[in-house]
Design a protein around this ligand. Structure first.
Ligand code: GRG
Length: 308
């Protein structure tokens, strides 16, 4: 890491009120999601209730917030990025609903509430996940057009991040690694796909909604990749250092399920160090925005320090 990347925070970064920013963006994202989703009473009500149950269960909305912040860093409007931010959150929520199923992680709690299948049964939970994934593409198709990025590019971006080479590849590798000795490079393969791919996709889509330049798109990909990996390492650390009440999901699950994690392979201190290094690499990627990426910078710093 160069000294330049370890620079002191700028005045704008120090003054930035991340709490107010997140409250405002979360409210906008929630209103938009509510508008995009079929009403809970739409027939068949069971599936729409189940989709809404997990979508509005109190997720942190980090991916959509990053998407909006990326659009703003590129000089765009959060408004224009909202459909894509919502599409990413639908994919993220689908992946959590399916991950919690008995055939996968078999979890009873998520976002501080009973998991989808515990409330609606396994069949409806599988369908709610399927419907959320499909809903994502219906929402994305409603985004505003920009000169540089046709709808085809937007669909490709989402489909690739959620597909069998990225998100699903990560989940497959994770399932196959359970109970086995896993190397640091195998673990990186899992984290790049299971976590980083969708975060990277979120910021790239934000940039695309703002008609970003190719250089800005590359910088956003670089930022998203590093933030995504740091995010997952912190997630692994929280699993061993926090309580279930604090996390809103079962703590200690990784060790119990003999999951491959950074703290498991490298220990707590080394994992912290790596997360800090990755966050610094994410900060470095923002230099191309010349001070206009304050929200992205603050979000990356927050993700490193989060406690849930
Ligand atoms: C089932 C295709 C499929 C994929 C599942 C999401 C996932 C892949 C597994 C869940 C477990 C896990 C550790 C995923 C990595 C991503 C992650 C840390 C998700 C949790 O994200 P948060 O903390 O959750 O942003 P909220 O609930 O706040 O949105």
């Amino acid at each position: 890491m160069s000294v330049r990347h370890r620079r002191a925070q700028t005045a704008a970064e120090q003054l930035f009120d991340l709490e107010a920013y997140l409250n405002d963006r979360t409210a906008r994202i929630n209103r938009a999601l509510d508008g995009f989703l079929p009403e809970a009473s739409a027939r068949p009500a069971t599936i729409h209730n189940a989709m809404r149950y997990s979508l509005f269960a109190g997720g942190k909305r980090l991916r959509p917030a990053l998407c909006l912040a990326a659009a703003e860093a590129c000089g765009g409007r959060a408004e224009d990025a909202l459909p894509l931010a919502c599409a990413v959150e639908c994919i993220h929520t689908y992946s959590l609903v399916h991950d919690d199923l008995p055939a996968m992680d078999d979890d009873d709690y998520r976002r501080g509430k009973l998991t989808n299948h515990k409330v609606y049964g396994e069949g409806i939970a599988i369908l709610a996940g399927d419907a959320l994934l499909t809903q994502a593409f219906e929402i994305a198709a409603q985004c505003s057009r920009t000169p540089r990025y046709p709808l085809q590019d937007i669909v490709l971006e989402l489909a690739r991040a959620a597909g069998s080479r990225q998100l699903i590849a990560g989940q497959v590798a994770d399932l196959e690694a359970q109970g086995k000795k896993v190397s640091a490079s195998q673990l990186q393969y899992i984290h790049e796909r299971k976590t980083s791919a969708l975060l990277r996709c979120a910021v790239r889509l934000g940039g695309m909604s703002a008609n970003c330049t190719p250089a800005q798109l590359t910088a956003l990909a670089d930022f998203g990749y590093h933030v995504g990996l740091a995010f997952q390492i912190i997630d692994d650390l929280l699993d061993v250092t926090q309580t279930s009440a604090q996390l809103g999901k079962t703590a200690g699950k990784d060790v119990a399920a003999q999951k491959a994690t950074y703290p498991g392979i490298l220990g707590l201190e080394k994992s912290q160090q790596i997360a800090r290094r990755l966050t610094n690499q994410a900060f470095a990627a923002l230099e191309v925005f010349r001070g206009r990426a304050t929200a992205l910078h603050a979000l990356a710093a927050f993700l490193l320090q989060r406690d849930r």
